[in-house]
Design a binder for this molecule. Structure first.
Ligand code: MN
Ligand code: ZN
Length: 491
């Protein structure tokens, strides 16, 4: 879909979207449109007793003045609208237009809620619409008849300024779409090498992409990651993506993603029901790739590293066994008691590698790590674990602002003790109780004093509740959250 910004001259045909504050009459461009229709819009609103309540809309057909259709959306109290509310509204507008099979439409966006300028409003409507209009249908042999909403023109008093505000938001939306695509891809198509190849597209944007092979990982001593990979004929990869948009020599921010392109559980095999969803076990890696795209596209003034560990976890004659002991790059030995607790094995080596090589300012890892996080938090919040209160607080705020919400969970020595092992230094599962916490404690053993956050996104990366701006099974969760963190505090 193409989003265009235009000045205050409204079209005289087609579909027009207007906004109405609750209990108020039409103002600005909406009032002008009404007068061009000889008051027909206001009469329709009155006849329908439409008050402008939030999340309500009224569809008015052939109102006169040449227009085919006017859709009026309620704003509620404009003073209460946040940036996220306006994006959601943009998403709702696009969703409604799609369900009406509109190919193109115009929006009168000359609204300035408290704390937001008219330009912000117009740009955020565009952002919400861009996030909403997403489809993943390349495997349908019959393409849907209509190509959907192809063009949205957003009118406000300063088109150029609105366009300038929109561009970085568009960059982020494109990063979200990239992440969604990766999560939605079937696992026979998107395996580690193919995932790594797709990240090469980022080089066009100025991201340096470096890909490590199993031979290189072996030389580095990454026995934890390679142990997971050895049951699959598909080779593992680690991808390091670097965006150097900040000052030369500034320590980079590091984002690390779990990329298990399919998780059968390995020898500790999962039950058949729902196993197909394990194509999404690379949601953390997808988010990191999407974030790197967003940062590069909007030319963020920051140095950032994205590092993803890509493996497939399969049962096989070569697969690792429950009871195996592997040696991680850190030198710590790990007893693999359950081969389905593989994500932490992958992350252990990638975390260690990133911290040794890049000396980052902080590390944030994202992983569809535990089913237990769904028991604790459902699909509304990701679990956040951290050794750094400031970073945790900043992410909480970013979660509220973007709607990608996080909830802090505890770390403590008492939980850490649970994963001690009698033969090896540590075991890869602490049992059923506090399963998400013991997983985080495991990761922490591979982080030195560096500020670090682990986000358990098993509930939010895939099949999460749909919203006006998140319509897809693969949600692309985390791109907007982390982009906000970077933009607010590190540029
Ligand atoms: Mn698993
Ligand atoms: Zn997994």
């Amino acid at each position: 879909m193409k989003i265009k910004f235009s000045g205050p001259a409204l079209p005289r045909s087609g579909t027009l979207v207007l906004f109405l504050a609750e209990g108020k009459s039409l103002t600005g461009l909406a009032d002008k449109a009404d007068r061009a229709c000889k008051g027909q819009i206001a009469r329709a609103l009155a006849a329908a007793a439409f008050t402008g309540r939030r999340d309500s809309s009224l569809d008015i057909l052939a109102p006169g003045g040449g227009l085919g259709r006017v859709v009026v959306f309620g704003l509620g109290d404009p003073a209460k609208l946040t940036s996220l509310d306006v994006e959601m509204l943009g998403g709702a507008v696009a969703g409604t237009l799609q369900s009406q099979k509109a190919k193109a439409a115009s929006v009168a966006a000359d609204i300035s809620p408290k704390g937001l300028s008219e330009t912000d409003f117009a740009a955020l409507i565009g952002s919400g619409a861009r996030l909403r209009v997403y489809s993943f249908n390349q495997y349908k042999s019959k393409k849907p008849e209509s190509a959907g909403l192809a063009e949205l023109t957003i009118h406000s008093s300063d088109a150029a300024a609105a366009g300038r505000h929109y561009r970085p938001l568009e960059a982020v939306a494109e990063g979200v779409h990239f992440a969604r695509d990766l999560v939605n891809e079937p696992p026979n198509i998107l395996y580690p090498v193919e995932f790594a190849n797709r990240t090469r597209a980022l080089t066009k944007l100025g991201v340096k992409v470096e890909i490590l092979t199993p031979a290189q990982m072996k030389r580095l001593g990454m026995g934890a990651l390679l142990g997971v990979a050895q049951g699959s004929p598909r080779e593992a990869r680690i991808v390091i993506m670097r965006w150097d948009g900040g000052r030369k020599g500034d320590a980079p921010l590091a984002f690390i993603g779990k990329g298990v392109t399919f998780d059968t559980g390995g020898i500790s095999i999962k039950p058949a029901a729902g196993m197909e969803d394990m194509k999404g076990d690379m949601g953390g890696a997808a988010c990191v790739a999407g974030l790197m795209m967003a940062l590069a596209k909007r030319k963020a003034k920051v140095n950032a590293i994205g590092a993803i560990g890509l493996v497939e976890n399969m049962p096989d004659g070569n697969a690792q066994r429950p009871g195996d002991v592997v040696t991680s790059m850190s030198g710590q030995t790990i007893a693999v008691l359950n081969t389905d607790a593989e994500g932490r094995l992958v992350l252990a080596d990638v975390l260690w590698y990133v911290q040794q090589r890049f000396k980052p300012k902080f590390m944030i890892d994202l992983a569809t790590l535990t089913g237990a996080i769904l028991v604790a938090l459902g699909k509304e919040h990701a679990g956040l674990f951290s050794n750094d209160d400031e970073l945790a607080q900043r992410l909480s705020e970013a979660g509220q602002a973007t709607g990608e919400k996080v909830w802090r969970m505890p770390l403590a020595p008492e939980y850490d003790k649970i994963i001690d092992h009698d033969v090896a230094d540590v075991k890869n599962t602490g049992g059923r109780f506090a399963g998400s916490i013991t997983a985080a404690q495991f990761l922490q053993r591979f982080v030195n004093k560096l500020p670090w956050v682990h986000l358990d996104i098993a509930g939010t990366a895939m099949d999460a509740p749909r919203s006006a701006i998140s319509p897809s099974w693969g949600s692309g969760w985390g791109v907007r959250l982390l982009n906000r963190l970077v933009a607010r505090h590190y540029e």
